[in-house]
Design a protein around this ligand. Sequence first.
Ligand code: ATP
Ligand code: ATP
Ligand code: MG
Ligand code: MG
Lengths: 470, 470
Amino acid sequence: TQEFKQVSISEFFEKNRHILGFDSLQRALFIMVKEAVDNSLDACEEHGIIPDLEVIITKISNDIYEMTVRDNGPGIDRIQVPKAFGQLLYGSRFHVMRQTRGQQGLGITAAILYGQITTGEYSHITTKRESDDVAYHFELGIDVKNNVAHIKTEEPVIWTKKNGTEVRIRAKGKYITGRQSVFEYLKEVAVVNPNARISFTDPEGTKKVFERSIDEPSKQSKAIKPHPYGLEVGELLSLASDTTSSTMTDLFVDNFSRVSSNTAHEILEKASVEPKKKPTELTRSEAESIIDSIGNIRLMPPSAECLSPISEQFIRLGMLSVYGDERPGFYGKPLSGSVKIHKGNPFSVEIGMVYGGDLPADQPARVIRYANKVPLLFQPGSCAITQAVSELDWRQYGMEQKQGKGVPYGPAIILVHVYGPKIPYVSESKEAIAPIGEIVEEIKSVLKSEMRQLRRFNNRIERNKKMGEK
Amino acid sequence: TQEFKQVSISEFFEKNRHILGFDSLQRALFIMVKEAVDNSLDACEEHGIIPDLEVIITKISNDIYEMTVRDNGPGIDRIQVPKAFGQLLYGSRFHVMRQTRGQQGLGITAAILYGQITTGEYSHITTKRESDDVAYHFELGIDVKNNVAHIKTEEPVIWTKKNGTEVRIRAKGKYITGRQSVFEYLKEVAVVNPNARISFTDPEGTKKVFERSIDEPSKQSKAIKPHPYGLEVGELLSLASDTTSSTMTDLFVDNFSRVSSNTAHEILEKASVEPKKKPTELTRSEAESIIDSIGNIRLMPPSAECLSPISEQFIRLGMLSVYGDERPGFYGKPLSGSVKIHKGNPFSVEIGMVYGGDLPADQPARVIRYANKVPLLFQPGSCAITQAVSELDWRQYGMEQKQGKGVPYGPAIILVHVYGPKIPYVSESKEAIAPIGEIVEEIKSVLKSEMRQLRRFNNRIERNKKMGEK
Ligand SMILES: Nc1ncnc2c1ncn2[C@@H]1O[C@H](COP(=O)(O)OP(=O)(O)OP(=O)(O)O)[C@@H](O)[C@H]1O
Ligand SMILES: Nc1ncnc2c1ncn2[C@@H]1O[C@H](COP(=O)(O)OP(=O)(O)OP(=O)(O)O)[C@@H](O)[C@H]1O
Ligand SMILES: [Mg+2]
Ligand SMILES: [Mg+2]
């Protein structure tokens, strides 16, 4: 007969570590570095610290590597370390509507789990806040059955740094160079985080430093409340049963952005729901008519203060780091769309493009993908960005494209950045943006504006050629 | 300052329902049907019952649909219903090494969660075992904060059926026909489950019945223990600390397939580990040398009794249902590879191919993908099957393929089925097989044997042409 069982989240990911991105030895090493570096940059940005990161990869034996990532971030309260690093789905970013690289509460714990499975070793975390006299060093692993940390050592250590965190993990991996490598990731990160100094030491001991080009802390995105557009009936009902607000008007004013008490009144009156109604007494059909009336009311889009774009200047630098000495013929002005909304979450798209000149014409166009300032180097085939590029017709720009579909062949580099407090990814490895209608359409719309610049440029060239021929 | 929080798995998927496949209205309706039908087929197969399924989709309002799936399966113990349907990561298949469609413990609960979020309604489950006098009807939802069921109704009802289960869910959706539709899924399911009778009623009330063509229950795959190939150091250490076996020899004999006590002795002696050693005393470096010695010992591959192929006859039928009246010129004999192993899990690949004749030559070749007898209709771009097809050079067969890479254009239909107790999927929506090296290579190797048949066929045609010309 069948035996029913509850599976803990860490047991699920122990058996499904490929979903987190650990599906090959080279990708595993890449993911570990990415999770640690993303965390360091997020922590520095949240505390207004100019990032100073050190990434070191040493080879331990044939296919075992040790990764060390050290930052000058704020450090972590020692009480929180076991859970933040040894427990899946525990973190400080899931519930906050602000653009950060991390958003799930899984990243670094997944890397520690992978290290533990493949080597049997625990990981080392050392952290110190400015307010701490000493740093605290942990050697910890994960009790997979119960999804809790397993602490082997917890001890104070003397640290010369004022504050910061160091993460050291051993795991099976393979160090590679080229397109989907640790080096490529750090290079693409350095470009769009110009205030970060990142020093990288590879397994041969060679050190490369990505120097900072700006001396200011990053502009920190501010947390906002969800926007009512995209709210579902069930979500409103569960909010009404959990909320501490005493009236339906308060429920809207307390929990949503862009809703004043006047706007709340308007929404509720249109839905024939008493503004002073107690939220716990809301019925399903009342919730349905409220959702309908939200759809018919003009609301301001969410504030852009929760967003943090790459900006024009650094998009240009991003593309320059790709084409290097091959001078393009056309440099598009990087463009950015307005703030859009998907399921209550604001998002925006910014795009840059270069074309022609020395760029190779017989290769597929190079599409550089970013989400929340993190380069996406894997799973291009299932990403909203690749889909948007493929759905446009590039043949009128001298590019080759079979039946007007698919990534075009031709001398172009296209950089696309999608950013917002809650990017929908295809899976927990966060390498591809889910191909959701509104997102794909917005990417296409900003791309078309960029392509219009290219058409004007090409037309000018044609005109000049004709003038020349006369 | 930052607030750390633990997120429950249901809260995580409430905010990330696109990862489960609910990223558009039409895909949502598709996924709901798929999860329910997969469960019904699995339950019938496990109890040797010839499946008789009813799928009904009714339109409730503008974009609200109700899905009902009724089966003649074994029914479920009423005590288990709240957890099986109202709690994520609870099920009877995660811990068992046997080929089934379900393997995560998420499927149907995810569909119920989606229905609850988008309509605020609970779902209805009615079930009866042969040993029950009456059926039990539940109206339940999910308490998202705590990942437990929320039961609104639990009552006995009189049912004329001897045994079975009915699942009824209301949700936001969009009913479509064509390539990625519910109808297409049921058609492709019916072909490879020939003993299943599936009646489908669409929102217009039109009924279509896929009649069964075989009157026997499916051969049930048998549960096996994991195979030692692919075992990692950390996994061996955590097994050694949890196991009830009293010696290392017993640990291997009790927990792995293809390991007799002689083989266990051989593995342990090669690793200079005392066969009678207590598992709880195993050190990390001993575990490392045991893993090394497993790699150097010849072990039989896992038994194929845990596998359940589609078989040659039904692969042919699968392709016939695609090409219909367009007669191909070449019918390849469906081929199947031997049992391979990935991370201790056995898997196999079977492939069929038709080519030429009336098939359209200016379209991309049609690749029909299956995993554990379930058709994969989404995310082709990130699937191991698509990658394997794209990496082979098809130009020598009269197909067009840019620089010998990508899905070829030409008059071919290729059906690929990957099957085994634990298929690694890219994400929890189970629509794409993770592009893991061993799996991609095995698909390519079986494909090449199939292509060799095609080459022989083409050569024969050439020869005959030349003979004719003389
Ligand atoms: N270097 C660091 N400095 C400060 N805090 C950190 C650092 N690394 C991790 N943390 C804290 O630990 C928490 C857990 O990290 P983890 O990577 O698991 O999740 P996350 O970053 O919130 O989300 P994601 O899963 O998307 O990466 C973070 O939310 C953060 O509060
Ligand atoms: N129609 C059914 N008849 C009998 N048992 C069922 C039926 N539907 C679901 N179950 C039981 O409920 C459990 C949970 O189903 P669920 O779909 O959530 O998970 P699963 O099928 O085990 O895995 P997956 O997430 O991969 O679908 C199953 O494991 C099975 O035991
Ligand atoms: Mg993180
Ligand atoms: Mg299931």
